[in-house]
Design a protein around this ligand. Structure first.
Ligand SMILES: *[C@@H]1O[C@H](CO)[C@@H](O)[C@H](O)[C@H]1NC(C)=O
Ligand SMILES: *[C@@H]1O[C@H](CO)[C@@H](O)[C@H](O)[C@H]1NC(C)=O
Ligand SMILES: *[C@@H]1O[C@H](CO)[C@@H](O)[C@H](O)[C@H]1NC(C)=O
Length: 218
């Protein structure tokens, strides 16, 4: 009897382990939520620090692949799983933050905000790397993602002129924020209602509401 139940237990245990692993792979690990919520808190001040403290229509030069929006995600989801897109999200926004910080002199009123944002972003990235097995980061990427990856990691002086784009710091951080909610939505779900953070209309709706409030106030 023992001889029979032992392998059965072992098999059951293995199955449980596999189940656990696949569940962990599919979802955002809970440990990610604390650093991401901290980032979300910082991002809620982006209007002041990334718009009001800059000259009107001030833009910075970024790589075309650093323009990473909700519409990119909906296209890329046909080719890649979310974990891959999360990795891309980290790569893109690391570059975006670096480029924003580079244009800010030491004494600029947004300098410490941007540095703190970068620090918090790195904290989140650290947790992200720790919470997945190392093999995940060595996996071969789907072709289109690999192409974006290669362009994002090439030497700046080798980037073709036609690949550069101009964007306002605020627009870049809007993309940063919206895509974060979309790709890590499990950390931002409210208990009351299911939100579709991946739809552009969700964010437009919020903006409209805010504008209306401002109009009423003014
Ligand atoms: C994220 O920040 C927004 C403010 O921009 C806030 O309304 C929302 O509740 C925050 N979400 C979480 C999960 O902390
Ligand atoms: C800023 O850009 C908007 C939209 O492109 C334009 O209508 C506006 O005149 C610009 N403002 C300044 C001060 O250049
Ligand atoms: C997102 O889409 C825009 C416009 O289609 C494109 O220029 C940009 O390279 C895309 N971003 C990524 C990360 O693929």
């Amino acid at each position: 009897m023992f001889q029979l139940s032992y392998p059965v237990c072992l098999l059951g245990g293995l199955f449980g382990l596999l189940l656990l692993v696949s569940v962990q792979m599919a979802q955002t690990p809970a440990s990610m939520c604390t650093p991401l919520k901290t980032l979300n808190y910082s991002l809620s001040h982006r209007q002041q620090y990334m718009k009001h403290n800059f000259p009107i229509n001030y833009t910075i030069r970024v790589h075309s692949y650093e323009v990473f929006k909700l519409s990119n995600i909906s296209t890329m989801r046909l080719q890649a799983e979310d974990l891959v897109l999360q990795r891309l999200w980290f790569l893109v926004n690391q570059g975006v933050l670096k480029k924003i910080i580079r244009v800010l002199p030491e004494k600029h009123p947004s300098r410490s905000y941007a540095s703190e944002l970068e620090r918090r972003f790195k904290d989140a990235e650290g947790v992200f790397v720790q919470s997945h097995p190392a093999e995940v980061f060595q996996q071969e990427l789907p072709e289109t993602i690999q192409e974006a990856w290669d362009h994002l990691t090439e030497e700046p002086d080798r980037v073709l002129e036609s690949r550069w784009r101009f964007a306002t710091p605020k627009a870049l951080l809007d993309n940063f924020c919206h895509t974060m909610h979309c790709l890590f939505s499990e950390c931002f779900c409210s208990r009351e209602q299911q939100q579709n953070y991946c739809s552009a209309s969700y964010w437009r709706k919020g903006k409209k509401k805010k504008n209306e409030a401002e109009r009423t106030a003014g």
